[in-house]
Design a protein around this ligand. Structure first.
Ligand code: C2E
Ligand code: MG
Ligand code: MG
Length: 641
């Protein structure tokens, strides 16, 4: 118990003692009053008995008067003497109804003055009080007595005939009552003490329980429940003190393919693995170093006494090796690789938040490039945290079937019919709703994620084709990003997909943006060549927006130019744009390509394009991109016309 808690507890014990003591005092005085009342009642009963059995029979209903016959006086005298002898009474006097004394056992009739209490008793009210014998005589302090004035009645008991004044010994009664009261007070006292102790005990137990629960809460707020390691909040604090100390390594570790472990072996094994790794890391680190679990399969490290990049790489390399040591799961060794990103304090900055983001970014770069351990570098900055998160979510989104395809028709102008549709990807994000390519494609194209995305779109589009057009006349245009185009096996993959979906290669149109061609022109030419030889058609998307050399363009197996919608949309307002569009149409035709204009939003633009001899058009004016069912409906109504 800390001193302040102890002091608080002592204060509570003292304060709670006050009402207990007050209650004890009240009880003591109440019992005293009750004892007195009982004593008085007992003495009165004794006096009444004496009056009824001894005095009244002697007087025989005759009013008490100074002329009490001598015979009666003598009998009364000896009866009283016997009663005094038996300690039933200590003194007895008779008074007439006006309160004047007419008989006294000791013969002393006093001043002859009437007594007030006797006068009251003469009205039929018994008067009694506790006093001492001889209290009237100030100097004498006799035994404790009850002084009783008892009315005497006539034979018919209707008329008060006088008053008998008795002094009943009280000491014995009082002693009995004292014993009884002492026992009662003892019981009450012990009870109150027990009550107080119980109160204090209860308070101590409750405060202990509250303290323990608040300590547990404080612990949980700063620790990871699964591994018991510090959590992200505490890690940030440690990173903060590392920055304040001026020299440290802050690192973030992410396990590779941990999700796969969880998915294939189950969460229990995943949890077991995380706990095991947490134990290894904790055991490996030096005193003062920090390892934290930041969530999921991510750990954070703060290492002190590591100087310079080389030392940091060595230290973190050892950590990776430690993580990679196989763990036996059901007798099967399970090994996980990890990616580590780190920053050096103070070399990489002195703002904790920024340093943590940098370490995170470096970790991501390490993961992406399979570098193992990477220090943050300015080039990594393109992966800002928002797109990092998006990349993570998109990976899940693709795996969990959250991607959707919409289709936009492309209309051939000479015959006025829809001859192709373009597949446009959307992401049905679980929280943010339907996302368009501009919201997530950039993030995908930064990473290898764009490959599974392209693969998914291609397969989905080819599978949809027979549903959209069972007659086999419609073509499907699919956008392919530079990264996918640059992959050595891309052409094989497309050809394999065509054969596995039993699609005529002629019906697939691959749309490559001008800029994508320029990323690796030689590789692009090879891939497109292979595809074209197999019958796949190639379209140069967003043409006019990039700077493709016309010489290079002429060497490519291109079938179509798609004029960038920026020129087309503004054609009817900007004569220069109209001129560019017309020139591109001419250029395309001269090189033997078909030309499509995208972004046709008005009838005027459509008319201008027709006049310019454009081959095909695509745009909101003709049809917006729509879901598969919407496009099927659209194709059906178009066919009826
Ligand atoms: P894009 O290939 O040039 O596709 C045409 C874009 O223009 C689509 O936008 C379409 O909705 C929009 N558009 C069509 N008609 C009009 C019009 O009349 N006016 C205007 N203002 N816009 C029109 P979306 O679907 O947002 O796609 C944007 C870009 O994302 C596409 O441009 C394409 O480069 C890329 N993209 C879409 N799907 C995929 C995909 O599956 N893979 C890859 N790699 N890229 C894709
Ligand atoms: Mg396109
Ligand atoms: Mg385009």
């Amino acid at each position: 118990m800390t001193t302040s808690v102890r002091r608080l507890f002592a204060t509570f014990a003292l304060i709670s003692l006050v009402p207990v003591v007050a209650l004890a005092v009240v009880l003591a005085s109440v019992t005293q009053r009750q004892a007195d009342a009982r004593g008085l009642a007992q003495a009165k009963a004794q006096a009444k008995l004496l009056s009824l059995t001894v005095v009244e029979p002697l007087l025989d209903g005759v009013p008490v008067a100074s002329s009490l016959p001598a015979a009666k006086r003598s009998v009364l005298g000896s009866a009283v003497a016997a009663a005094i002898h038996n300690s039933e009474v200590l003194r007895l006097r008779l008074r007439d109804t006006s309160g004047r004394m007419v008989f006294a056992d000791d013969g002393n009739l006093g001043t002859g003055e009437p007594d007030d209490e006797a006068v009251e008793a003469a009205e039929g009210v018994t008067k009694a009080r506790i006093t001492t014998l001889g209290a009237d005589d100030k100097n004498v302090s006799g035994p404790s007595v009850v002084e009783v004035y008892e009315p005497l009645y006539s034979a018919d008991r209707h008329t008060v005939t006088g008053v008998v004044e008795l002094y009943v010994p009280y000491a014995e009664i009082a002693q009995d009552l004292r014993v009884q009261r002492r026992t009662l007070l003892l019981v009450l006292g012990v009870g109150l003490l027990a009550l107080w102790l119980a109160l204090v005990g209860l308070a101590s137990w409750i405060s202990g329980a509250l303290r323990r629960s608040s300590e547990a809460n404080a612990y949980q707020a700063r620790h990871d429940a699964l591994t018991g390691l510090p959590n992200r909040a505490q890690f940030s604090e440690h990173a903060g003190s590392a920055v304040a100390r001026g020299s440290a390594v802050i690192a973030m570790i992410d396990l590779d393919r941990f999700k796969q472990v969880n998915d294939t072996l189950g969460h229990a094994i995943g949890d077991h693995l995380l706990r095991e790794l947490a134990g290894r890391l904790r055991g490996h680190l030096r005193e003062g170093d920090v390892v934290a679990r930041l969530g999921g399969d991510e750990f954070g490290l703060v290492l002190f006494d590591v100087h310079g990049e080389d030392e940091a790489r060595c230290a973190l390399g050892r950590v990776r090796a430690l993580i990679a040591e196989p763990l036996l799961v059901n007798d099967v060794p399970l090994a996980v690789e990890s990616s580590v990103g780190f920053v050096l304090v103070p070399e990489d900055g002195d703002d904790v938040e920024a340093l943590l983001v940098k370490a995170d970014v470096a970790m991501y770069a390490a993961k992406r490039g399979h570098f193992g351990v990477t220090r943050h570098h300015a080039d990594h900055e393109q992966y800002d945290t928002a797109s990092l998160r998006l990349i993570g979510e998109l990976a899940d989104g693709i795996a969990h079937g959250q991607l959707v395809l919409h289709y936009q028709p492309k209309t051939e102008l000479t015959l006025g019919r829809i001859n192709a549709v373009e597949a446009l990807v959307r992401w049905q994000h679980p929280e943010r709703g339907l996302l368009y390519p501009d919201a997530f494609l950039f993030a995908a194209e930064q990473t290898e994620l764009v490959d599974p995305l392209t693969r998914w779109v291609l397969k989905e589009a080819l599978l949809a084709l027979p549903r959209l057009d069972p007659t086999g006349e419609l073509s499907m245009a699919v956008n392919v990003s530079a990264r996918s185009l640059g992959r050595l096996d891309f052409a094989d993959e497309v050809l394999h997909l065509l054969s596995s979906t039993d699609t005529d290669p002629q019906r697939l149109l691959v749309e490559i943006t001008e800029t994508a061609l320029l990323v690796d022109p030689a590789r692009a030419a090879t891939t497109l060549g292979r595809l074209a030889r197999a019958g796949v058609r190639v379209s140069i998307d967003d043409f006019g927006a990039g700077q493709t050399s016309l010489g290079y363009l002429a060497t490519l197996p291109v079938h179509e130019l798609k004029i960038d919608r920026a020129f087309v949309m503004a054609m009817d307002r900007e004569p220069r744009n109209a001129a560019i569009v017309r020139s591109v149409i001419d250029l395309g035709h001269n090189l033997g390509f078909s030309v499509t204009a995208e972004g046709v939003e008005t009838a005027q633009v459509l008319a201008d394009l027709q006049a310019a001899d454009c081959d095909s058009v695509q745009g909101y004016f003709l049809a917006r991109p729509g879901s598969e069912s919407a496009i099927i409906e659209r194709l059906r109504t178009a066919a009826l016309r």
